[in-house]
Design a protein around this ligand. Structure first.
Ligand code: HEC
Ligand code: HEC
Length: 178
């Protein structure tokens, strides 16, 4: 009887410790991994608005946090790929925090994990389109269908071809080059 209760107690203690210490997102992922095939959709409305006016509001899971750090500091935003994407400091901090919290290495979705696996440990590209995994997926598309195509313009314009990009889905079933 004594032995039994020790075993039971140990078991209960283990359950409690899993429940409190394990990262919730691991459990989310295990329980519903089908939903986690792609990348987490953008849920921050300020990010959607401020970062979605010139191009798709890229889901933060498409780049590691070291890349977001380089992109979203004050100085970098003043010269953002030749444009100004300056923000007031409060908004900038909010968007930076949102991107860092949801960066590729913190995600259990499939694309971010593939993105991290394709990058070297110190690699933090400024562009999603420079990530080897993303580059390889597009290397067979001739440039006249991208740069030479007025309806696309550049590979950075994900949503011109990926019809579900606004829902953070880049599956090849929903792609159509205009
Ligand atoms: C004023 C327009 C403008 C705004 C606002 C803007 N961007 Fe950009 N962004 C650009 C341009 C231009 C490029 C380069 C696109 C190209 O090469 O075709 C770019 C490229 C990028 C890229 C690299 C895309 C690639 O090629 O993989 C990232 C990442 C990015 N922007 C993130 C952001 C984030 C996050 C915000 C919000 C804080 C933001 N941008 C707001 C104009 C803008
Ligand atoms: C010119 C149109 C075009 C643009 C712009 C484009 N893609 Fe693609 N993308 C494609 C095509 C076509 C495929 C399918 C390639 C294949 O079937 O091998 C693809 C494949 C992919 C895949 C792999 C899909 C799968 O199911 O394996 C990912 C991820 C992806 N693209 C992400 C992006 C992201 C992120 C951007 C923007 C930074 C982007 N793409 C911009 C055309 C485009």
């Amino acid at each position: 009887m004594k032995k039994f209760s020790i075993v039971t107690l140990t078991f209960l203690a283990a359950l409690v410790s899993i429940g409190t210490h394990a990262e919730e997102s691991v459990w989310d992922w295990l329980l519903s991994f089908k939903r986690f095939k792609e990348v987490a959709p953008v849920i921050n409305s300020t990010y959607k608005e401020e970062c979605g006016s010139c191009h798709l509001a890229y889901p933060p899971g498409l780049l590691p946090s070291a890349s977001w750090q380089k992109l979203l500091n004050k100085k970098a935003l003043a010269d953002h790929f030749g444009d100004s994407a300056e923000l007031d400091e409060e908004t900038r901090k909010e968007l930076e925090l949102y991107a860092l919290d949801n960066a590729a290495e913190k995600s259990y979705y499939k694309r971010p994990r593939k993105i991290m696996a394709s990058l070297g440990t110190d690699e933090a590209p400024l562009r999603i389109t420079e990530i080897p995994y993303i580059r390889e997926k597009h290397e067979d598309i001739p440039s006249e269908k991208i740069k030479g195509n007025k309806k696309v313009g550049s590979l950075s314009q994900c949503d011109k071809c990926h019809r579900q990009a606004q829902n953070a889905s880049f599956d090849d079933d929903t792609v159509l080059i205009p």
